[in-house]
Design a protein around this ligand. Structure first.
Ligand code: PMP
Length: 414
């Protein structure tokens, strides 16, 4: 019987050897990268095996959670800071400070890059976002101010507070040029005055409001980076691109780039509960007045999904509107179900917006009745580790009345 045992083990080993495919050495970069910003972007595209096999449609995810700051927002933060430096709005090691209103990811990205470039950071965020994001910001040395969730027309809303803090900081040091303290999208650097004067001014600490919602650098990061990367990684064979929209930068930049290469590519958004974008795309208005919830949630996207959805048309969303073909509403329960499904079947531990995106990919494939030969690309914005206290907290979900039911996914796949 010992002989039989060894025989069986040998068979097992041979079978494993047959399964084993040596991985080719394909480095993300052959060069020595210069510091942490060298790690940003050029992310791999991965096939979501379980969904692709079940649908017969290739579902590919851009692995943005591999960025050093942990999310797709690294690209945006880097571009906003680069553009601000090029516009002469920020000078490293001058005691300048970057201000931003964010639900977390962008703040973490800004704080990371700011440290590498010699800036301080103040992040204003709503007080209901996952606690681990605040911990990460503190670890990175950012000053964090948390405010009550409020409507954008309210002066105490997080974006408005961030703008005000930047203005106050800037006025303190450069009161003669308050117009310099703005996002590069909306400003032209003043060239009046003599050189010496300007040089002196540049050395002064400056407050810079990054303004991701309205800053065109956000769109540009994706138009020049994420979009072309996807095009190259798929050899241009993309049938659809699916993305959530928070600021709208991703869908605007990637969507506009892909359409410029092939206008037949479908661009669709995945929209969480409480967001008005779905209604805007489907019916032309943000709020369905027949939905009683429409008015209740009019100004705040009240959902367990963080980072996507919006109830106003930001500059970056308005860039995207002409090229968005379709929208899919994803419920909190669906997003939760997808996240659990992906861990179980693919070993992929993803954040809430990634889960929404992948659910929207299924709904799109089913709606189009796509079979073999089609490819849908989406964004895997961040990892589940940013979401332990809410989206990945079963107790929290139970209290919020959100079921954890993988059936919500499997019924779409059968
Ligand atoms: N996912 C996460 C985790 C985010 O933080 C954000 C940005 N708010 C998004 C998705 C949405 O991207 P965008 O702002 O480009 O619309």
């Amino acid at each position: 019987s010992l002989a039989l045992f060894f025989q069986a083990r040998r068979r097992q080993r041979l079978a494993a050897q047959e399964r084993f495919e040596p991985r080719p050495i394909e480095l993300r970069s052959d060069e020595i990268l210069k510091g942490v910003t060298g790690l940003i972007g050029n992310t791999p595209l991965i096939r979501i095996n379980s969904l692709s096999d079940a649908l017969g449609v290739e579902i590919l995810g851009k692995a943005e959670f591999l960025n050093p700051g942990g999310s797709v927002k690294d690209r945006v933060a880097l571009r906003m800071i680069d553009d601000a430096e090029m516009a002469g709005l920020l000078h490293p090691h001058t005691g300048s400070r970057i201000f931003e209103g964010t639900v977390g990811s962008t703040g973490i990205s800004i704080a990371t890059i700011a440290r590498a470039r010699g800036y301080d950071t103040t992040i204003i965020m709503p007080d209901d976002v996952a606690e681990e994001k605040v911990k990460a910001l503190h670890a990175l040395g950012a000053d964090v101010e948390r405010v009550r969730p409020a409507s954008i027309v309210d002066k105490k809303q997080y974006v408005n507070v961030a703008r005000q803090r930047a203005l106050d900081f800037g006025k303190h040091f450069a009161s003669d040029r308050p117009h310099l303290i703005q996002a590069p999208s909306s400003m032209v650097v003043s060239t009046d005055g003599d050189e010496e004067n300007t040089d002196d001014l540049m050395k002064k600490p400056r407050g810079f409001f990054a303004d991701q919602f309205e800053n065109r650098s956000n769109h540009d990061a994706h138009y020049d980076g994420t979009g072309p990367e996807i095009w190259r990684q798929t050899n241009g064979s993309v049938d659809a691109f699916v993305s959530g929209a928070g600021t709208g930068g991703t869908v605007a930049g990637v969507g506009r780039f892909l359409k410029s290469m092939n206008e037949d590519i479908i661009v669709a958004i995945s929209d969480p509960e409480g967001s008005g974008l779905y209604n805007k795309i489907k019916h032309g208005v943000m709020f369905d007045l027949k939905e009683s919830e429409g008015t209740k949630r009019r100004h705040q996207v009240d959902t367990v999904v963080e980072g996507i959805g919006n109830n106003r048309i930001t500059d970056n969303i308005s860039l995207a509107l002409p090229i968005i073909d379709d929208a899919f509403r994803i419920t909190d329960a669906e997003a939760v179900a997808m996240s659990r499904y992906l861990v179980q079947h693919d070993g992929l531990f993803l954040g809430s917006s990634s889960a929404c995106n992948l659910f929207a990919c299924i709904k799109l494939a089913r709606q189009m009745d796509w079979k073999e030969g089609k490819t849908i690309v989406t964004i895997l914005c961040d990892s589940g580790s940013r979401h332990y206290s809410k989206f990945w907290n079963d107790e929290y979900l139970e209290k919020a009345g959100i079921p954890i039911d993988p059936e919500l996914v499997t019924k779409w796949l059968s």
